[in-house]
Design a protein around this ligand. Structure first.
Ligand code: HEM
Length: 257
């Protein structure tokens, strides 16, 4: 990001157009993507993915089945496969909805007087949108505590297409973007979505995800109470990743084993 911004704004005399803006953008990107001692937004989402998969083996098998159908045991997934794998997008949407990474949103300040449903919001008011309440509103998402990616899919047998939903959880997860005079939205959303999509699909292609087993033979299940913070994340948990039987040749061909 730094290289691209500097190269695009470099003058022939070696000075940089918008240098202050560029260093501000780089600074805030560094802070946002490395906050909370490394427990950052994408890591929190990946943790939620692991937890959701170990608690929902049927969903996991369905996701693996759709990946296997596209890849035919010949290669690992890449971003060109995304349109062919709507189940993975639904999984991503449900991860952001079920355990939102920024559950209390990011505070904003109104820049002018506004009227909302008859109530005056004076200029300068701090506004905090309750992401968790929006994502767990049972009118929009029935049984909101249940992890259920099918809520975002039209399914005909095992053929899935993404459903058009009124309240797309990704709009809430990443901020609401351009609205009249408001232009705040996560600038990392496309990067985060692509990165997480690739991580999720690759992990599912290679591994079976399940709970660890204790000495008495019981599943060691994760605590679903997340650590409350601006960027929320689960408490440390254990997970078992077992290489799937059918993937050895693909990994060997990719020089990964
Ligand atoms: C699942 C992953 C992520 C989620 C859920 C997320 C969510 C958010 C939210 C809700 C905001 C506040 C938007 C607002 O002002 O209302 C935000 C801001 C921001 N995000 Fe993300 N984010 C994620 C990943 C990333 C990544 C990977 C980067 C950088 C590579 C990033 C960079 C930023 C920056 C720089 C801001 C501040 C923008 C500003 O103040 O105008 N985010 N993010």
């Amino acid at each position: 990001m730094a290289t691209a911004l500097i190269e695009e704004n470099l003058r022939p005399d070696g000075t940089i157009v918008h240098e202050e803006l560029i260093s501000g953008a780089l600074g805030i990107t560094y802070l946002v993507s490395n906050d909370e001692g490394g427990a950052d937004t994408t890591v929190s989402s990946l943790d939620t993915f692991m937890i959701a998969m170990m608690l929902n083996p049927v969903v996991q098998r369905e996701a693996q089945k759709s990946i296997d159908e596209v890849l035919q045991g010949e290669r690992l997934p890449n971003l060109d496969d995304r349109p062919s794998l709507p189940f993975l997008d639904a999984l991503f949407m449900e991860i952001q909805r079920w355990k939102p990474v920024v559950p209390g949103g990011i505070a904003h300040r109104s820049t002018h007087d506004d009227i909302y449903e008859g109530i005056l919001i004076p200029k300068g008011t701090m506004i905090i949108f309750n992401v968790m309440a929006i994502m767990h509103n049972p009118d929009d998402f029935p049984n909101p505590e249940i992890f259920n990616p099918y809520r975002f899919l039209e399914s005909d047998g095992d053929k899935h297409t993404l459903k058009k939903v009124e309240n797309d959880p990704l709009n809430t997860a990443f901020g609401y973007g351009p609205r009249k005079r408001v232009y705040r939205i996560c600038p990392g959303r496309h990067f985060a979505t692509s990165w997480l999509w690739l991580e999720m699909s690759t992990i599912l292609a290679i591994f079976d995800i399940s709970p660890m087993i204790d000495a008495a033979g019981n599943d060691i299940l994760p605590d679903l109470e997340y650590v409350p913070a601006v960027v929320s994340h689960p408490k440390p948990f254990q997970v078992s990743l077992k290489r799937r039987d059918n993937i050895g040749a693909v990994l060997a061909a990719a020089d990964l084993i």
